[in-house]
Write a protein that binds this ligand. Sequence first.
Ligand SMILES: Nc1ncnc2c1ncn2[C@@H]1O[C@H](COP(=O)(O)OP(=O)(O)OP(=O)(O)O)[C@@H](O)[C@H]1O
Ligand SMILES: [Mg+2]
Length: 239
Amino acid sequence: MLRLDAVSCGYGAFRAVNALSFEVPKGEVFALIGANGAGKSSTIMAIAGHVRVFGGAIMLDEKDITAMPAQQRVRRGIAIAPEGRRLFPDLTVGENLTIGGYILPRARSDERRAMVLELFPRLGERLGQVAGSLSGGEQQMLAIGRALMAEPRLLMIDEVSLGLMPKMIDVCYEAIAALKADGMTILLVEQSTKRALEVADRVCVLESGRQVWAGSAEEARGDPDMIEAYLGLREEAAS
Ligand SMILES: Nc1ncnc2c1ncn2[C@@H]1O[C@H](COP(=O)(O)OP(=O)(O)OP(=O)(O)O)[C@@H](O)[C@H]1O
Ligand SMILES: [Mg+2]
């Protein structure tokens, strides 16, 4: 469904990601793992159309979307729950969801909202509360819910578990598993390798903007220390 062919991207003249290639097949969960600054967010923001691509190609269903404006990518089915959530803190939960579904006609947006509230009943109890006053876990639910409002075919979630209590992480990963069971294609960014491996089909480990390991999650689960070692290598190198 999604393919990156030797994508390099970054900011100004700075290359955050170098010649990265991977493929996310339809209906699978793909985990992008790496230490701080490895280029995970840059990669998914480039897929969403928010970070400049210097070279290579981003293909969605065999169509080259490398130069496509971000808005159009949303219409083609790419949605993102970005790092730091980026909610509208002064707007209510309901209003944040409405904004997520702005590309849909009213009836479909209402349907979609019902689906999101079924996935995250907690949000339904807080529809009138401003997003800024939600707990961290609730904000993550809302960020994922808002992304889902656009009826995406590819859902990208940056830092699923970061800063959340274990119980809230469970809620988010249960939702991811439910979406996957429903056929959704998901690209997630994680620092918690263990959590990501529980749900992922494939894994790519980034280090300093380059892929250092890629393979099936099954393979990674069979050798749990391997990915940690890759992450550890970078930390040692940096210190
Ligand atoms: N807006 C920006 N302008 C300039 N450089 C940036 C910008 N955003 C990120 N970078 C740089 O790009 C590199 C990759 O950052 P990126 O945010 O993609 O990493 P990450 O893997 O998501 O890290 P983290 O785990 O901390 O979120 C880093 O060196 C970072 O400093
Ligand atoms: Mg990041």
